[in-house]
Ligand binder design. Sequence first.
Ligand code: ADP
Ligand code: MG
Length: 680
Amino acid sequence: MSSPKKATKTTSSASVLTRLGLTSQMDLVLHFPLRYEDETRVMPIARARAGQSVQIEAEVTHSEVLFRPRRQLVATVRDDSGQIQLRWLNFYPSQREQMQSGKRWRIRGEVRHGFHTLEMVHPKVSVCNAPLSTTLTAIYPSADGLGQKQIANAVRKAIDSTTLDEVVSAEFYEPLGLMPFARAVHILHAPTPAENLDALESRTHPAWVRVKFDELLAQQLSLATARYARHHRQAIPLKAPVPPQVSLTEQLMAQLAFTLTNAQTRCLDQIHHDMTLNYPMHRLLQGDVGSGKTIVAMLAALRAVENGKQAAIMAPTEILSEQLFQKFHQWSELVGLRCVWLYGALGARQKRETLAQIANGEAHLIVGTQALIQQGVAFHDLGLAIIDEQHRFGVMQRLTLSEKANIFPHQLSMSATPIPRTLAMTFFADLDVSVIDERPPGRTPIVTKLINQARRDEVIAGISNAIEEGGQIYWVCPLIEESETLELQTATLAFEMLQEALPHVRIGLVHGRLPAAQKSEVMRAFAEHELDLLVTTTVIEVGVDVPNAALMVIEDAQRFGLAQLHQLRGRVGRGERASICVLMFEEPLSKIARERLRAMYETDDGFKIAERDLQLRGPGEFLGARQSGLALLRFADYQADAYWVEQARALATKLLENHPESAQAHLDRWMPNRHSYLNG
Ligand code: ADP
Ligand code: MG
């Protein structure tokens, strides 16, 4: 509730538009209210109930300025049915004037329980004889200090100046039982009192359903368009060699110490199949941490190589790219291929040589970070681009790589962050998904313990025991989002504290500020058990593989996101040792933090974790929308509206096949600023 302000005289629609962060008149039309106020009728005071927003007409019977507990204006008003108290904690002399006994006013506000009677705090007061509004009053999302009146005026002008005619023939909407667009718009902005207010506010009203459906339709259309565009791009089909020639894939598999799980085999078959097509593969290989995605990627890369092409493999950080390189390099040697690693600290001469090998085709497999796509690396003939830990890359980076080749390379992304099915269908319709839903045999489940930070000494004693038994340990320091410097300090302190507490233990420290060469030296030492305990910031987050490390301690676990905790925990449970993940937390815990820790305690199934994460955070944040630039749904809810997602998908297909102009017109209405990410 605000004190009365001087009304801003006029605000142009254009200015309202920019201040709301919108760009077109249609955006304003689609700027729908959050809720409504009913100013269409006057209610007898006796019928007003606490919690209701009501409008009354009444006469002032008494008013005074009280000074206790603080200065305030209090008035009593009555109508034929009863009386109610009004209260202002800030007021102008003019309002005191208004509240003189004997004056009659139309008054509206929210009714609540006062000390003795019902009351309204800071009600709106206007003259009695003004005609009553015929429609409910929309309350809009506002921004930048814009008043409701200014927004409402701009919206009204936008509705009048924009065509709301159907752009997709009504014959498609009728069988779905959806009302016309124009009608939905009018109802949502200015419902008559006859409309069901509850349904409007809970967004289940048929007018809302129509709008949500249109939004979903636009999204499905744009995704289907992207898929269509991809299917019409050229890629080189990469086929298995004809027997009796033995494929590189088979040659490598014969030399591995393990056999692929059924899930790995199934995913590899799907990938290999996509690679035989003459348009670029766009597949996501999803599998929980430790499910064995790397070997699948290698076997896919071999298919490219035996077709005379190169494969590039990218990781989000240099440490991870080094780990990938070690594996790919080792496997490459088994089948007589050359694998190179392009990394930051490479000397100038070596770098030139490596780049030359990439350019002349001597290098079959190229491992690196984003540097591969950012520094204009020229490939001889790139057939397959593999992106590990795909969720850590921005969408634009994925695009740049694709555009490196004249003919588009096939593309395989890998992620340990499971995308729930409904979400995948809604947002990634142009992404085929393979899931490794089985862990390699012989893994022991990870036991997760929640321990109050106050019991740190017990945790340190536990560490000491584990080390005596030959185990290795990760100690993860808190994530400090607001300051990298602070994060570093905390890690250094933890390192010193542990050195002091465990003088006989070989302890290493790795953090984001460490030069790359030192970082990988520490990682190597830990991997080769020259260190027992690794103190680390979240640089350890993904992909690191040290099977002997079976205990992880995460400090201030309440500061981490659920997906991140799950990723971290996936560093243990990779070998034969029984693994433990200790989540230390500090009280008081927020409700969400408590839920996250509970989820971690209850399950180590990545899909369940992802679903919980989604519930706790909502899809926008889940997808890291801001960083990836993905347009998310404003009105529809991927879960609650799953039925409409299906319907929209079916209609999108129909329109693109038979009525492309309608499809285009619908996209223009809903997504005038579509970005090329859709083609990524
Ligand atoms: P992620 O899916 O998290 O990238 P990795 O590919 O790093 O997992 O695999 C984790 C570990 O499991 C590695 O040490 C890898 O060699 C091993 N591994 C992969 N597949 C199998 C399998 N089928 N049987 C046994 N071990 C496997
Ligand atoms: Mg991995």
